[in-house]
Design a protein around this ligand. Structure first.
Ligand SMILES: C[S@@+](CC[C@H](N)C(=O)[O-])C[C@H]1O[C@@H](n2cnc3c(N)ncnc32)[C@H](O)[C@@H]1O
Length: 283
């Protein structure tokens, strides 16, 4: 007699997700099964995923630097490559802590264009760890009210503040000249390239999260133009960019009087440009 083997819900869901083009179908099926309280809820999640919604918007969170970052629908999903920006920020903050005379006050860190607040939250979570030995004073800002609400969920419990508005405009004015580190992942996709992005980003993330204007660098230019006003002498701005745009991003920093370096991670396929406000008389 033939043995009829019933497929488990996990196997059925994995096949369905794979057919819909989900590359990590096994992992996604497991995450959805763990998250769904009922069979009906699981079916609703599966249907949304098959229709092309980002997994993170369905689950309500994204994994970033080992944290579960809340991500509401319509808010940019933090990318794995942006962990490189966090690592570089933590390394700079730690190096600064060891400089004689750096002072004992917690360094002021600003996560500009913060989206869900993933970068700031990761830095705040690292504070006091082996990677980042000091506490930080954290401020985040974004222009999108949905992003700001989401960032508040992630950042307020870690002791940071989140402000709503255009770039530097909503930051407390008392931070001018006091910022040790500006960590920025602003939109940097050239407008014409948006059409070539995967549906998850193109359709389900707001265009303002992605679109950096004709050459992708419009927001970066504005960030660089304002950086000197907010950085303390010796402070840094770190900005994520693409490998292709890195030389231009570095050029923009230099035109605004910042000493620029391009940093790249092969592992994460990530590029960051670091700009330093060199103290008067420094190199
Ligand atoms: C690429 S997303 C990055 C979000 C977050 N930093 C991350 O890495 O997950 C860019 C973010 O910049 C915000 N943004 C775009 N233009 C802005 C502006 N003029 N002022 C403040 N935020 C802006 C968008 O709302 C979006 O949340």
């Amino acid at each position: 007699m033939p043995v009829i083997r019933h497929r488990s819900p996990y196997e059925t869901l994995t096949d369905r997700l794979r057919t819909a083009g989900c590359v990590y179908a096994e992992d996604e099926a497991r995450l959805m099964i763990d998250a769904a309280p009922t069979a009906e809820a699981l079916e609703a999640m599966a249907a949304r995923r098959v229709a092309g919604l980002p997994l993170e918007h369905i689950l309500g969170w994204a994994e970033f630097c080992g944290l579960r970052i809340a991500v509401a629908s319509g808010v940019f999903v933090p990318r794995r490559r942006t962990e490189f920006l966090v690592r570089q920020a933590a390394a700079l903050l730690d190096a600064w802590r060891k400089v004689p005379g750096a002072g004992r006050a917690a360094p002021v860190v600003v996560d500009l264009c913060c989206g869900s607040g993933a970068v700031g939250a990761a830095l705040a979570a690292l504070a006091g760890s082996a990677e980042l030995h000091s506490a930080i004073e954290l401020y985040c800002a974004d222009i999108d009210p949905k992003a700001v609400a989401c960032a508040r969920t992630n950042v307020l419990p870690l002791g940071g503040e989140v402000h709503e508005g255009d770039l530097y405009a909503p930051l407390p004015p008392g931070l001018q000249g006091r910022v040790r580190l500006l960590a920025v992942n602003a939109p940097y996709v050239p407008s014409a390239d948006i059409e070539t992005m995967p549906q998850e980003a193109r359709v389900h993330e707001p265009r303002a999260c992605l679109d950096g204007g004709a050459d992708g660098l419009d927001v970066q230019r504005r960030v660089a133009a304002g950086a000197r006003e907010w950085l303390m002498p010796g402070g840094h701005v770190l900005i994520e960019t693409s490998r292709r745009q890195a030389a231009q991003t570095a050029g923009i920093f230099r035109r605004h009087g910042l000493a620029a370096r391009v940093l790249h991670s092969e592992e994460l396929g990530a590029t960051v440009v670091a700009g330093a406000l060199v103290p008067a008389g420094g190199q």
